[in-house]
Design a protein. Structure first.
Length: 349
């Protein structure tokens, strides 16, 4: 009798452990796939210097991300910023001259989340805050003359499924590098806007805009905006996809590199996000990657027909695990970039 009771208890305990493990898995997957930052490792954005020689990127330790600078091959890594606890420095962008870097400081409070806009010298010195304390800025980029900044700001943060969760009611703004002359450039409060890019001559601004309606459901387009007239052209690739995850204009403005959704051939209910290129008319679409994972952001080189991009190696299989790559725009000469990170950098408390 005692043996039978012990056996039943053991079976019940094993079943309980299995159930808890499954619940923890899905909770972890759901939480880490939200807009909030990852726990440890490379972030999902990178910026390339105008001379194509160095990169700046966020790297997380215990949930807080600092900015690091490295050679484009991943060597000579140095820490640029030292965030406080519960703060992360994300979305770095070089100025067109390469002497300045802007970034967003993300602060996690109790039931609040803010992102503030900062600029600094390219060595991390002379840090200046430009935005107000209560703003939720999602992306930013220098203007062509480096005298102003285009940025995206959200009205609120919403809960939802994987693609809808995060900052929403987003519009485009500009502000001078001295923090004044703020101007609102769009008034549509779209569901999402992301992935700002600018042509080398400053005439065209690119970004991805997300919408949701009864006919198409959740869908997105790449927007090419004239910086003088503010007129917008909606660009969609001529293949079957409703979601462009991210995208960037080439420096010359004649090509778009973008990440777009397609069905996972191994699991039809899931989506993967490969990288493609297309003309600004949405024609001549060319696939660049075939990882069957998630490509988060492409970044064009200035003097080469080549792009950097970030891949989530653990897409649909657990916590994000981002890796940096480089590839020619025709899909050839693909190369992984290993970042030679310091053993430990620490943070300022």
């Amino acid at each position: 009798m005692k043996k039978q009771t012990l056996k039943l208890f053991t079976i019940s305990l094993i079943g309980f452990v299995i159930i808890i493990s499954v619940l923890l898995y899905f909770f972890s997957e759901r939480f880490t796939r939200s807009w909030l930052p990852i726990d440890n490792g490379f972030g999902e954005t990178v910026t390339l210097s105008p001379d194509d020689k160095s990169i700046v990127f966020p790297f997380y330790q215990s949930g807080d991300g600092a900015l690091y600078k490295a050679n484009v091959d991943g060597s000579n890594v140095n820490q640029l910023t030292y965030p406080r606890q519960e703060e992360s420095h994300v979305h770095p962008r070089y100025s067109s001259k390469g002497d300045k870097i802007l970034f967003l400081s993300q602060e996690k409070g109790e039931n609040t989340l803010t992102r503030s806009l900062y600029i600094m010298n390219n060595d991390g010195s002379e840090l200046i805050r430009l935005s107000q304390e209560d703003e939720l800025i999602t992306d930013a980029i220098f203007s062509q003359d480096d005298q102003s900044i285009y940025y995206l700001a959200a009205k609120r943060y919403q809960e939802g499924n994987e693609m809808e969760e995060g900052p929403t009611n987003i519009d485009l703004y500009s502000i001078s590098i001295t923090g004044d002359k703020k101007e609102r450039l769009t008034h549509d409060e779209s569901l999402k806007k992301r992935s700002l890019s600018l042509t080398e001559d400053g005439s065209k601004l690119g970004f991805v805009e997300w919408s949701k309606d009864e006919e198409k459901g959740l869908h997105s387009s790449f927007i090419v905006m004239d910086t003088e007239t503010m007129e917008r052209e909606y660009v969609n690739p001529d293949f079957n996809t409703n979601i462009i995850y991210s995208g960037k204009l080439s420096p010359t403005g004649d090509l778009i590199a973008f990440s777009a959704a397609s069905e996972n051939p191994r699991e039809k209910s899931q989506f993967i996000y490969e990288m493609y290129t297309m003309s600004t008319s949405g024609k001549e679409v060319q696939p660049i990657t075939s990882f069957r994972t998630l490509i988060t952001e492409p970044v064009f080189f200035r003097d080469k027909e080549r792009v950097l991009f970030i891949q989530d190696q653990s897409w649909l299989r657990g916590k994000p695990n981002y890796k940096l790559w480089a590839v020619d725009i025709n899909g050839e000469k693909i190369k992984s970039i290993t970042l030679q990170m310091p053993q430990f950098s620490g943070t300022i408390l």
